[in-house]
Structure formats: structure tokens, C-alpha cells
Design a protein around this ligand. Structure first.
Ligand code: G
Ligand code: G
Ligand code: MN
Ligand code: NA
Length: 256
């Protein structure tokens, strides 16, 4: 069987699950939210990375259904935490959207239904979209993002700095957050130019009143450097790997 055929059956066979990576406040290091990351447990091949199966899901159009499943799952999990763990009530959930989802008519209506069904308020949901995704279809992406924004949902530019025309997207697209790509974060220690690019991105984000998240933070050195630049939130293995739902719960119930 090809991976593509297997992917077609993965939803009905309940082979997907989500992991949640904590997003922390740069100053206090308190957990302020999570990013939902899709995982596929293949019956014979074991865990398959989204880097492998998302492109197939996009090419086949399966991403639409899979993406909605992920959003439903992420929203209902967050709603459960909000209900049952009082200290989690202001925490947010970020869900990745691919370009192929953005050009589906009625996407914002669907997102609205998912939020209503789970019972979360729009302000705790963020969607993440890459510049590359916007580039594929700028017009339909802009229309879709405006509708999503109008729901009260946050919009983050993911992998910021790696695509083209980042600056014009910031200007023209309804974004409230930029996520500095982890390749920049990895480079700042050894490469003066990357350091200055990141500094410029943070200054730009701050002056446009955008929230700035640095992703892929693995060392205290990176953390200190980015904190001093004025980044708002941090994500990376230094704080936590993506975690299963049960472990997240324990973390929220017993923050040490
Ligand atoms: O979790 P990991 O680092 O393996 O993710 C690899 C890539 O897969 C990341 O770029 C991430 O944005 C993407 N990804 C993870 N979950 C989803 C999802 O639910 N939808 C989409 N479109 N991309 C995802
Ligand atoms: O492109 P996106 O930002 O959605 O990618 C998220 C992916 O990044 C997840 O697959 C997650 O496992 C991975 N990731 C998160 N933190 C780190 C980190 O500190 N280092 C590395 N190498 N990968 C990370
Ligand atoms: Mn992301
Ligand atoms: Na990213």
C-alpha cells in the first residue's frame, strides 16, 4: 500500500493525534498557550512526521478534512482544560493551517462552527500560516484571513523570515503575531548577520504592535539574547518538547 492510500484511511481509523507544545512568556516563563502539532501513528510504519505526510495530504486535498479534524481536536481539548483547570482559563491554542485550506470556500464559517461546538471564545484561538502558503494564492489567502480575523481569531505569520516579501505581507495581511523561524534562532550564536536580522524583526514587530514569538529555542544563551531584544513569547525544546494531552494536563494541574 502506498502512503497516500494509507493516508486516505487514517482519519476513519483514528490514527491521528495531536501533541501540544507550550508557548511561554519570555519574562516570567509562565505557560501562556500551546501550539497543536499533528501526529500520524501509522499501523505498520510507526510514527510519521508531518513533514512527510502533510505534503501528500496537500497534494491529494486530504488536508482539508485532516486540518478540520486537527482544529476540532485542538479546540475541544483547550475547552476541556479551560473548564476543568481554572488556572488554564486564559491559555491560547495555535493551530497550523496550510494554503490548501485557505482557499476552501466557507472556511471561516467552519471555524466559527468548530469554536461554537467546543465552547471556546475566538480570542484564545490563533491560526498559523506560513508566508509560503500566502504566496501560493495571495488573493484568496487575503480574503480568507480577513474573514478569520473578523471572527476574533488571532492570525500568526509562521516561519517568519524564510519566505519572500515578508515585509509586504506584514503590511497587507491582517496579522497580529510573527513567529521568528527557528533557523534564525539557531544561527544567532555564530552569525552576527542573523543576530542583526532577528533584532530588526523584533524591533519591527514591536513598533507595529505585533506579538513576537521566537521558536526553536534550545539554549539559555539564545533565550537571554532574544529576551533582551524584547520578544514576547518563546517556544522550544529548552522549555518543553511537544507533549501528549495527558502530560499537558498534569503540567497544568501541577505547575511546579
Ligand atoms: O511537529 P513538527 O516539528 O514535526 O512539525 C513539522 C511541520 O509540520 C511544521 O512545519 C508544522 O507547521 C507542520 N504541522 C504540524 N501540524 C500541522 C497541522 O495540523 N497542519 C499543518 N498544515 N501543518 C502542520
Ligand atoms: O513550522 P512550525 O513552527 O509549525 O514547526 C513546529 C515544529 O518545530 C514542531 O514539529 C516541533 O517539534 C519543532 N520544534 C519545536 N521546538 C523546537 C526546538 O527547540 N528545536 C527544534 N529543532 N525543533 C523544534
Ligand atoms: Mn507553526
Ligand atoms: Na515555524
Amino acid at each position: 500500500m502506498s502512503l497516500e492510500q494509507d493516508l486516505r484511511q487514517a482519519l476513519t481509523r483514528d490514527e491521528f493525534f495531536l501533541e501540544y507544545q507550550p508557548v511561554v512568556n519570555f519574562v516570567t516563563m509562565d505557560v501562556e498557550g500551546f501550539e497543536a502539532l499533528l501526529r500520524w501513528r501509522h499501523p505498520t510504519r510507526g510514527l510519521i512526521s508531518p513533514n512527510q505526510f502533510i505534503p501528500i495530504a496537500e497534494d491529494t486535498g486530504l488536508i482539508r478534512e485532516i486540518g478540520l479534524w486537527a482544529m476540532e481536536q485542538a479546540c475541544s481539548t483547550l475547552a476541556t482544560w479551560h473548564r476543568e483547570i481554572p488556572s488554564s482559563r486564559r491559555m491560547t491554542m495555535a493551530v497550523n493551517l496550510s494554503a490548501k485550506q485557505l482557499n476552501v470556500l466557507g472556511l471561516s464559517k467552519k471555524i466559527r462552527q468548530i469554536m461554537d461546538a467546543s465552547g471556546i471564545t475566538p480570542s484564545v484561538l490563533n491560526i498559523e500560516i506560513t508566508e509560503t502558503a500566502i504566496m501560493e494564492a495571495p488573493k484568496s489567502a487575503l480574503a480568507a484571513l480577513k474573514q478569520i480575523k473578523a471572527l476574533g481569531v488571532g492570525v500568526a505569520l509562521d516561519d517568519f523570515g524564510t519566505g519572500y516579501s515578508s515585509l509586504s505581507y506584514l503590511h497587507n495581511f491582517p496579522t497580529d503575531t510573527i513567529k521568528i523561524d527557528r533557523s534564525f534562532v539557531a544561527a544567532i550564536q555564530n552569525d552576527e548577520e542573523s543576530l542583526e536580522i532577528v533584532r530588526a524583526i523584533v524591533i519591527l514587530g514591536n513598533s507595529l504592535s505585533l506579538k513576537v514569538i521566537a521558536e526553536g529555542i534550545e539554549t539559555w544563551k539564545q533565550y537571554e539574547t532574544l529576551k533582551n531584544m524584547g520578544c514576547d513569547q518563546a517556544q522550544g525544546f529548552l522549555f518543553s518538547h511537544p507533549l501528549g494531552e495527558t502530560i499537558c494536563r498534569e503540567l497544568l494541574e501541577h505547575p511546579e
